[in-house]
Design a protein around this ligand. Structure first.
Ligand SMILES: Cc1cc2nc3c(=O)[nH]c(=O)nc-3n(C[C@H](O)[C@H](O)[C@H](O)COP(=O)(O)OP(=O)(O)OC[C@H]3O[C@@H](n4cnc5c(N)ncnc54)[C@H](O)[C@@H]3O)c2cc1C
Length: 630
């Protein structure tokens, strides 16, 4: 293979998700992974609620739930005198996304790899190590790599690509090759991972994270199927001392922190069973250069505090796929597209890292200085001096807003991403209960195919070239007659599917769809039918150009929109006038407009105008560029 659309380096959560999504967009994508399999211990084995929802949106929920896993339903701290105090109860979230799944990361990556393998444009190159970047002037035009199959180093080769994405983790070779340096934030601790057997009697579906605070160290236990995943936390730079003190000393520390597990510390056979994680917290200032983008840990290494690195890496991949796919379809990845990906993902990254830095300062620094312990937290309410930790602990335990928000912040995270329309089947099988299996329904629609076919039909049937006067009075060299699409026997159905996916993709929840008669009328009914095919309820409506002066004097016809969430539709827009009239009519009728969506946007300023005047997002299924119009 010498050329691909997108070369993704790194088959971790970010790289595999990006590969899958781009392949579903029909784009050629190759993922390069240096290892021969995904089998590695302690890579972080959490799958957060927002990722589980994403998997459902991709139509992969049944297969995912069939994988061996346990559920993490809360985070609790043992407090002397109070037993286990729950700080974040995920089961208070709305089901079915009310837990964090715990499964070996290799199972999850294998699962993504097999879903991606079903796509004809996907290639996974295992035992393929990226060594550097290929440049043409200042632009990255490919990745240098060599095969390491069978342990032998092959010759260096080049894979040319429209864009190279570094998803090669916290020690990213590629970001170094691009001359990028991450800003490092101080971290007071490292983590050592190991396993301890979990007895049959201790097993159960519901798991929890139980930290035990010691004197200058801490231990967390994550419940797994037949073992506990233990994380020992101690001040940075302690690895040499731990190894010098020997295994028996380490076993005693574990037993002291978790006396209930003292009877099985012998399962730590030697210090080779301890996997040291050099905890880092850093972030690139700029995540991209021309032709090259970093995502996941390659762009921002996360602290394990809160265990959110995998989720953030996956959400980066979703945002990247959504924005890269249209450019890749045209074989031209613009630097401004790469900038828009960073813009989208920077806020959640900065926010999570800020919270982690506060946790480091408030919890870990005092813990390792010996000024924080479980006993101290237990003394809330007595006459001991004020401390910020006790105040925080009190707020976490008792403030109703914090109790409601915290589980969401951890399990879902800030700015969760949704599956792009091109990646999801339009009829998504409903989420199943844990362990139950369903098979995807026969009615599942291939969104990418629907979109591609609709684009073909628009180009073939609706684009009329020649000088024309538009309804706005402006003159143009071409005219897009979308009635030839919205009233066409084949295209009408595709319009409904594509517009429904467009709204879903943007996270727009709506109950009514329609707009100004007559352009919007067939769009509204097409969306109504597509929603019904997907087992959903959406009513259509029609907005008259002026309020009727007879009968009931209504301007909005159809089932009432009053008090309901409304998606205002239009086939295309020039000045945005029709959509604005429709929004005004719906609002007068008591409807709550949540977005405006058009099939084709002609890049004539309608988006800016509509968003400024209505305050709701303006979405479009196809841009002028995709239609090949100047
Ligand atoms: C011990 C440990 C425990 C953790 N626990 C948790 C947890 O419980 N929850 C959580 O959310 N996060 C956890 N994390 C963090 C989490 O694993 C990362 O944030 C997340 O995996 C980042 O995903 P990624 O795809 O960006 O990078 P990675 O998962 O690091 O994947 C990078 C991939 O790139 C490959 N690669 C690297 N260099 C090259 C190259 N030159 N050529 C080809 N391939 C290459 C690597 O083999 C790897 O497969 C933990 C991390 C560690 C190390």
């Amino acid at each position: 293979m010498e050329r691909t659309g997108c070369a993704v380096v790194g088959g971790g959560p970010a790289g595999m998700m990006l590969g899958l999504l781009l392949a579903r967009a029909g784009v050629h994508v190759a993922v390069l992974e240096k290892h021969r399999d995904f089998l590695r211990d302690f890579r972080g084995d959490t799958v957060h609620a927002s990722t589980i929802r994403l998997i459902d949106e991709l139509g992969l929920g049944a297969g995912f739930r069939a994988l061996p896993q346990s559920r993490l339903s809360n985070v609790a701290v043992p407090v002397p005198g109070s037993g286990l105090v729950t700080l974040a109860a995920f089961d208070s979230l709305k089901p079915p996304y009310n837990y964090v799944a715990m499964m070996p990361q290799w199972d999850f990556l294998d699962f993504l790899a097999s879903a991606a393998a079903a796509e004809p444009t996907f290639t996974l190159l295992m035992e393929t190590e990226a060594t550097g970047l290929e440049f043409d002037g200042g632009r990255v035009t490919g990745v240098r790599f060599r095969s390491t199959a069978g342990g032998a180093e092959g010759p260096e080769q080049v894979l040319h690509a429209d864009v190279v994405v570094a998803a090669d983790g916290r020690h990213s070779v590629l970001r170094q090759a691009a001359g990028m340096r991450a800003k490092e934030y101080p971290v007071p601790f490292d983590t050592w991972w190991f396993k301890i057997p979990r007895r049959a009697a201790e097993r159960g579906e519901v798991a929890g994270v139980v930290p035990a605070l010691g004197d200058r160290d801490a231990l967390i236990a994550l419940n797994r199927t037949d073992y506990y995943q233990m994380g020992y936390l101690a001040p940075k730079g302690s690895d040499a001392k731990i190894r010098e003190d020997g295994v028996e000393h380490f076993r005693q520390r574990v037993a002291a922190l978790r006396p209930d597990l003292a009877d099985r510390v012998d399962s730590i056979r030697s210090l080779a069973d301890l996997h040291w994680l050099d905890v880092r917290l850093n972030r690139l200032r700029r995540w991209y250069v021309d032709g090259f983008l970093c995502i996941g840990d390659a762009a921002h290494a996360m602290s394990p505090a809160g265990g959110v690195g995998i989720n953030l890496a996956i959400q980066d991949a979703v945002a990247a796929a959504e924005r890269l796919a249209p450019d890749l379809r045209q074989g031209r990845v613009r630097t401004r597209t790469l900038a828009s990906i960073q813009r989208r993902r920077r806020m959640p990254t900065v926010l999570v890292q800020a919270v982690q830095r506060v946790m480091h300062r408030v919890v870990f620094v005092p813990l390792f200085a010996g000024t924080l312990s479980g006993d101290m937290l237990a003394r809330v309410g007595d006459r001991t001096p004020f401390s910020i930790q006790r105040l925080l602990f009190f707020i976490l335990r008792h403030n109703p807003v914090v109790k409601r928000v915290l589980p969401r912040v951890i399990a879902i995270g800030p700015r969760p991403e949704h599956a792009p329309g091109f990646a999801r089947p339009l009829t998504v099988p409903p989420p199943t209960k844990l362990g139950a299996m369903t098979s995807p329904t026969d009615t599942a629609v291939d969104t990418a195919a629907a979109r591609a076919r609709l684009l073909e039909l628009i180009k073939e049937l609706a684009v009329v070239r020649g000088k024309v006067i538009l309804s706005s009075g402006a003159e143009a060299d071409y005219y897009i007659d979308l009635r030839r699409i919205t009233l066409h026997h084949e295209a009408s159905k595709l319009v409904g599917q594509v517009m429904l996916a467009l709204a879903d993709d943007a996270g727009i929840d709506f109950e009514c769809a329609g707009g100004l008669t007559m352009g919007a009328d067939p769009v509204g009914t097409a969306v109504m039918h597509a929603a019904a095919d997907a087992g959903r309820t959406v009513d259509a409506f029609v907005v008259r150009k002026a309020q009727k002066s007879y009968g009931m004097g209504r301007q909005v016809e159809g089932p009432s929109v009053e008090g309901r969430k409304v998606l205002v539709l239009e086939d295309t827009s020039t000045t945005g006038g029709s959509a604005l009239t429709a929004v005004e009519g719906v609002r007068k009728a008591g409807g709550n407009v949540v977005a405006v969506a058009v099939i084709v946007d002609r890049d004539t300023g309608a988006k800016e105008k509509i968003e400024a005047e209505t305050g709701v997002p303006y979405l479009f299924a196809f841009g002028k560029d995709e239609l090949g119009l100047d």
